[in-house]
Write a protein that binds this ligand. Sequence first.
Ligand SMILES: NC(=O)c1ccc[n+]([C@@H]2O[C@H](COP(=O)([O-])OP(=O)(O)OC[C@H]3O[C@@H](n4cnc5c(N)ncnc54)[C@H](O)[C@@H]3O)[C@@H](O)[C@H]2O)c1
Length: 276
Amino acid sequence: MTGVLNGRVAVVTGAGRGIGQATALLLAEHGARVVASDLDAGALEETLALLDGRGTAVAADLTDPDTPPEIVDRAVREYGQLDIVVNNAGYTWDGIFHKMGDDQLAAMLDIHLVAPFRLLRAAAPVLREAAKRDAAQGREIFRKVVNVVSISGTMGNVGQANYSAAKSGLVGLTKTLAKEWGPLKINVNAVAFGFVQTRLTAETAEAGTFDRGDRQIPLGIPAQVREQAAARIPVGRGATPADAAGGIFLLCTPWSNFIHGQVITVAGGQAEGMSY
Ligand SMILES: NC(=O)c1ccc[n+]([C@@H]2O[C@H](COP(=O)([O-])OP(=O)(O)OC[C@H]3O[C@@H](n4cnc5c(N)ncnc54)[C@H](O)[C@@H]3O)[C@@H](O)[C@H]2O)c1
């Protein structure tokens, strides 16, 4: 299957580490050239080294309105096209609802909803023009948008009212764009991850902080919550970043051309609805 994405150009946000890095590498392994973007220039350098000539890096804050157009411009200038957009960048800023500040809500909406909106709006002319050219030439080529959401957004999660509201908003954007862009053969889907082993889900003492530039935001979850989380997953463990990237990759291949406007849960079978 190596080479299934030959000739494709992908943008992956939050590609400096975790799920985004694993996705960038998996797409490249299967032939895509990747525009890898992240706020953390040091982490992004590692990804670029691992991409080994199959990508280019844009180190910038995705919540800056200038960044999404810069990422799209890079794809077009460097590779002449754009076929796949993976909206993955993000972090958590947890807290119990009745103590949650406006800044906590705004931060989550900015990175998980506004930034994907702006990146897709910036990508729209490139994706749509290519689709129209294909149609005029009688070719049917599917392009792909994959938005990373969370079962916190689809099922709710204690301590994440801000995060789950933002991810749930991204589900609405996904479904609307799927209706608008379906005729152009641009698949728009979301993957809802459960527990993935990254710094977001590391034990509080070890997870460190997200350096947003203006402040340090503590990441991670308490040990007891971690243990309970793992016990609720039917396959018996949390996903690795590579497991998670597999779910995204599936939605970037031609085998998913008729999966459209869907939220695919990639959570090892975890599907607990309103139970804790
Ligand atoms: N880890 C999980 O269990 C889990 C579960 C569900 C959903 N998710 C989602 O998966 C995505 C990736 O998370 P992860 O677990 O790999 O986390 P991670 O911290 O390992 O990686 C996220 C990357 O996004 C980057 N980023 C954050 N804010 C940014 C900004 N403003 N501009 C540019 N880059 C920015 C970070 O620098 C980081 O490198 C996130 O959207 C997250 O909400 C994760």
